[in-house]
Design a binder for this molecule. Structure first.
Ligand code: NAG
Ligand code: NAG
Ligand code: NAG
Ligand code: NAG
Ligand code: NAG
Ligand code: NAG
Length: 541
């Protein structure tokens, strides 16, 4: 499955040559009928596994994934949090790629350039994520860049997420018919219902748990009975180390925590718990941690605490406590703090406000009044073939307006190297989660109410966390700073599957710099892949 073909890449920052492997994976995507909870339903499997296989990589590795679509529907896989530097051609979302048709294959090829961390992949089309099809991604550090903590003895990938009894096709049809998603029916841990997933702990050993919320829309609070978790990483940035009893993990977010197993215990087993937050329905998914050397009896059940009186306050305070450790390196030896974002001038501000509107008989979700409707030709291909009649940059306003909500194609043009300030404003009572492909960003501020310019004085301009997925609390705002140093057509979306499916997204087209807007250098962006799939208006190009 994995061919280790060694070649060398010279990294400018460290002045050492590092081994960079070429990793080859062959994946078959298929449907299987599985009774994970309730009645059997269609589950998307990768190589007959759910969750799919671990994509285990190291910084700067080149990854080749040949995906064979054995579903009856078109398919695309996207790599949540992997920056795909210079290469939005590999992003696997509707705006960048034509789908892999049933019975066909397509080979992704991308580099884990200058990245470390914990991420996951998932199917991006047709609400297929509601049928699973997801799996974990690790980008390990190269030997020459030390970890900022003692190397853990073992690592586990833990994928937590909400799950529905309904078939994904039925959920999709009901969304298209204008219905809202019901509350979920269960919380899965690594694709299993409560008490099915088991993790062995060796006495005294240290574990790195790489936890991602791969669900559709539910925030989950994660904890381990009687064990503290030391938070060390969020989506590829090392954090100031801090112990937590529990962690709120919003949809699309990933964390690494270190957990030290007990030396001795009278209890043989402990529970890992993921419980729903910010919805009235309280659900929990449980997994078991087993100490093999202790007596097998008894298993003490743990039930999550009663939801705190103010889960918003708890969650907001925790979010504000997550900071970047400026003194350590991540993918490179240089400390993460050597890039002093606080002193860079902001090129422009975008204020993106989520909304909801009835459009064409559907309950659609909007960004600044526009609900995204995909053209048949992916934006990336329309751009490459210079078709001017597929989308109109600037259709979506850069701040909220009072216009009547409408359907459209939202592309925001930005210059390479711009330093953009984005404020996500949430006037609704539901929690929002935003994810940017191609980039991590600095989360400089969060607060209640409506954002105003004065709020900028309260921003964290020193050690804000650097990540790719961020929550916006109800009736609140979140501000980020993003350095546009990755050319391409990049998706900025609601990570909530329902809102994404119904239009809450846009694309940021990053090309040419401010002085040379039309100068496009192959050094700055990967060429169109030789195996590119063509469809829509460029089918015959
Ligand atoms: C992941 O890859 C690294 C580096 O090749 C290797 O040391 C490690 O054992 C692998 N882990 C798993 C779970 O395959
Ligand atoms: C695709 O599915 C069909 C029908 O289930 C099966 O016969 C075939 O072997 C599958 N193809 C691959 C490559 O797994
Ligand atoms: C499909 O897979 C074959 C190898 O099995 C490969 O040669 C070919 O390039 C793949 N097709 C595409 C479009 O990537
Ligand atoms: C386990 O034992 C070692 C050696 O006695 C000690 O240093 C360590 O703190 C203990 N760990 C825990 C989690 O109690
Ligand atoms: C064993 O479980 C009980 C009940 O949860 C708890 O009170 C006790 O502290 C646990 N003991 C150890 C050594 O963890
Ligand atoms: C930021 O803007 C100020 C005022 O326009 C200018 O003097 C300064 O050189 C700029 N700083 C950088 C790093 O570009």
């Amino acid at each position: 499955m994995k061919t280790n073909f060694l070649f060398y890449i010279f990294t400018i920052s460290t002045f050492v040559s590092v081994h960079s492997k070429l990793l080859h994976f062959d994946w078959v995507v298929s449907i299987s009928s599985n009774a994970l909870i309730g009645d059997p339903k269609e589950v998307i499997m990768i190589n007959n596994q759910f969750p799919g296989p671990l994509l285990n990589t190291t910084t700067n590795d080149v990854v080749i994934v040949n995906v064979y679509n054995n579903l009856t529907e078109p398919f695309l896989m996207t790599w949540n949090g992997v920056q795909l530097r210079r290469n939005s051609w590999q992003d696997g979302v509707e705006g960048t790629n034509c789908p892999i048709m049933p019975g066909k294959n397509w080979t992704y090829k991308f580099q884990m350039k200058d990245q470390i961390g914990s991420f996951f992949y998932f199917p991006s089309l047709f609400f297929q994520k509601a049928a699973g099809g997801y799996g974990p991604i690790r980008i390990n550090n190269v030997e020459t860049v030390p970890l900022p903590f003692t190397r853990p003895d073992y690592e586990y990938d833990i994928l937590i997420g909400d799950w529905y009894f309904d078939e994904y096709k039925d959920l999709r049809i009901s969304l298209e018919d204008g219905c809202k998603m019901p509350f979920p029916d269960a919380i899965l841990i690594n694709g299993m219902r409560s008490d099915q997933a088991t993790f062995e702990f060796q006495p005294g050993a240290t574990y790195r748990l790489r936890i991602s919320n791969v669900g559709l829309k539910t925030t989950l609070n994660f904890k381990i009975q009687d064990h503290e978790m030391l938070l060390v990483e969020t989506e590829g940035a090392y954090t100031l180390k801090k112990y937590h009893q529990s962690l709120d993990i919003h949809v699309g977010q990933s964390y690494s925590v270190l957990v030290t197993a007990k030396n001795h215990s009278y209890n043989s087993s402990y529970h890992m718990v993921a419980s729903s937050r910010f919805i009235p329905r309280k659900l929990s998914g449980l997994a078991i941690i087993r100490y093999p050397s202790f007596d097998v009896e008894p298993l003490v059940a743990v039930y999550p605490d009663e939801p705190s009186q103010d889960e918003y306050r708890f969650s907001l305070q925790q979010a504000l406590s997550i900071r970047t450790d400026l003194l350590v390196g991540a993918a490179r030896r240089n400390p993460q703090g050597s890039y002093v974002y606080g002193s860079i001038n902001i090129s422009r501000t975008l204020i993106l406000q989520n909304g909801e509107a009835a459009l064409d008989g559907q309950n659609r979700y909007t960004v600044n009044g526009v609900s995204f409707l995909h053209p048949r030709t992916p934006l990336k291909l329309a751009d490459y073939f210079q078709l001017s009649d597929v989308f109109e940059p600037g259709f979506v306003p850069a701040s909220p307006v009072d216009d009547v909500p409408r359907l459209g194609i939202s592309v925001i043009d930005a210059y390479y190297h711009d330093f953009v300030h984005i404020v996500f404003q949430n006037p609704s009572d539901s929690l929002q989660t935003w994810h940017s492909d191609g980039y991590n960003f600095f989360v400089v501020g969060m607060g209640r109410g409506k954002w105003e310019v004065e709020k900028m004085e309260t921003y964290n301009m020193i050690d804000a966390i650097y990540r790719s997925t961020i929550q916006v609390y109800p009736y609140s705002w979140t501000a980020i700073l993003i350095k546009l140093d990755n050319q391409g057509m990049w998706n900025l979306r609601s990570q909530d599957a329902e809102k994404w499916y119904l239009g809450q997204e846009l694309y940021i087209r990053v090309k040419g710099d401010v002085n040379h807007p039309s100068k496009i250098s192959p050094r700055d962006e990967a060429p169109i892949p030789a195996n590119v799939i063509k469809c829509g208006k460029v089918a015959d190009s």
